[in-house]
Write a protein that binds this ligand. Structure first.
Ligand code: ATP
Ligand code: MG
Length: 448
């Protein structure tokens, strides 16, 4: 009896002509995730992947890594035997005696036409044998088909049988990088990290973009936090690129030249415009943000619509309908929660308006930004951008600084109307702490 892992994938996307494409991406992802671990074989047979470890001791580490492969629905830790009733029963008895449950059920899947039993017959027969074996040790064992304490899973394919009682959920979703690229606006907070993850789980490859301001000496840099988040998310998509764009200049100009109540919306609009340039350079198909409807004043439906107006690229907001609790649950699950908990200097709360507009219209924003040199700001900020690349190899995330070549090429082609922008003194600076959105402040309150 060999110990193997059975990897089941979701089947929705297997219908139609794209099946081979998705499957080959899934197999590639599994191999890449397991790089450096002792894998004897990985077979694709009868709608499942069967993974045989060279060394059983590596099983837990394999499971841990496979938990980050999008497209896997669940994994069974199975004993492999022949497609033979006696062998299946022996394996099932062994596993079930180890578990010693008070109630159990048998669930069988048969994909071998010459096996001679249908799944219901097999379940009954195996159920009877297991019950006898367990009752010989304890009278109190029962079969319970609706809520069993332990389920014994049985799978039969031509020539081979598998039995398992331990089964864990996979990451679900679609295999990495099957849907095209998106640019995620990553703030360092909880929401945008989860938003990126949710899109990655749908097969989108995320390129990250973080706007930062020069931090005050008392607080950490948001760049560090953004990097840590990207590092944590990279194992799910294997490679990541993070654009780091200074936002001081843009902020100064908005603070100096636009009505105070529109500031945050103008920041967002300018961020989206710069992100669109990065998306162009990266041939990405959309932007992703962590907005959640009405979480803060800048995210009312009116304001989101006004910020997006004129944008010729889809803006995905996968958290639009989520509340903070749901987002925090996801953040904990994917490992970004403790990173976002760190205190850091975000660029936006520094100059928050005392009374932000709640129901903005597109025309209001166009009027509010009339005195800004938008094209010049975009060009200057992007010219000052840095890029950090991450790659996941043999279970480790490697980091290297890179030259933003694609962006530079795009900028070289851009018509730069105005290259010199006066730097304005900072007037009426409102410090961020007291003005943070109440929800965000609450969310941080239970951080360690
Ligand atoms: P998050 O929403 O990520 O938790 P936050 O709550 O501090 O951060 P919001 O004010 O809710 O930020 O910002 C809304 C969205 O705008 C963010 O989810 C993110 O997509 C984008 N964003 C805000 N600040 C930045 C930034 N400094 N760099 C990149 N994107 C940002
Ligand atoms: Mg938010």
């Amino acid at each position: 009896m060999n110990r193997v892992l059975i990897l089941h994938y979701h089947e929705i996307w297997l219908k139609g002509g794209n099946r081979r494409y998705f499957l080959s991406r899934l197999v590639t992802a599994v191999k890449r995730e397991l790089q450096g671990l002792p894998v004897k074989s990985l077979e694709h047979v009868w709608e499942r992947l069967i993974l045989s470890p060279q060394d059983e001791a590596a099983g837990p580490q394999m499971l841990e890594r496979l938990g980050r492969v999008f497209g896997i629905a669940y994994i069974g830790m199975a004993l492999e035997v022949g497609a033979d009733l006696g062998e299946l029963i022996r394996a099932a008895r062994e596993l079930m005696i180890e578990k010693s449950p008070r109630s159990f059920a048998v669930r069988a899947k048969i994909a071998a036409s010459d096996f001679g039993w249908n799944s219901m017959q097999l379940e009954r027969e195996m159920g009877r044998e297991i019950l006898n074996a367990l009752q010989a040790r304890s009278e109190r064992v029962r079969v319970n088909l609706s809520e069993p304490e332990i389920t014994c899973w049985v799978e039969v394919i031509p020539g081979r049988g598998f039995v398992y009682v331990d089964r864990i959920s996979g990451a679900g979703g679609l295999p990495a990088a099957t849907a095209g690229r998106v640019v995620t606006l990553l703030s360092g907070g909880f929401d945008s990290a989860v938003a990126a993850y949710k899109m990655m789980r749908r097969g989108a490859h995320s390129i990250f973009l973080h706007f930062h301001a020069t931090p005050s000496p008392s607080r950490g840099s948001s760049v560090q936090v953004a990097e840590e988040i990207v590092r944590a998310l990279t194992p799910w998509q294997f490679t990541s690129r993070l654009y780091l764009i200074p936002f001081d200049l843009a902020q100064r100009q908005i603070v100096a030249h636009a009505p105070e109540s529109y500031r945050v919306l103008l920041y967002r609009r300018l961020m989206a415009r710069m992100a669109r340039e990065v998306a162009r350079a990266e041939m990405a198909l959309g932007l992703v943000t962590g907005d959640s409807v009405s979480q803060v004043a800048s995210q009312t439906l009116h304001n989101l619509a006004a910020v997006d107006s004129g944008m010729d690229l889809p803006v995905y907001r996968p958290l639009a309908g989520d509340d903070k609790e749901e987002v925090l649950r996801w953040a904990r699950r994917i490992g970004t929660y403790s990173i976002s908990c760190q205190p850091f200097e975000d660029c936006c709360p520094r100059f928050l308006p005392r009374s932000p507009i709640i129901f903005a219209k597109a025309e209001d924003l166009i009027r509010a930004e009339a005195r800004l040199d938008i094209e010049g700001l975009i060009t200057q900020s992007l010219e000052a951008a840095g890029v950090v690349e991450f790659s996941y190899e043999s279970g480790q995330v490697e980091r290297r600084e890179a030259v933003p070549r694609r962006l530079k090429r795009l900028l070289a082609r851009r018509e730069t109307t105005q290259r010199t922008i006066a730097s304005h003194p900072l007037e009426g600076e409102v410090t961020g702490e007291s003005r943070r959105a109440p929800v965000a402040a609450d969310a941080k309150a239970d951080c360690p």
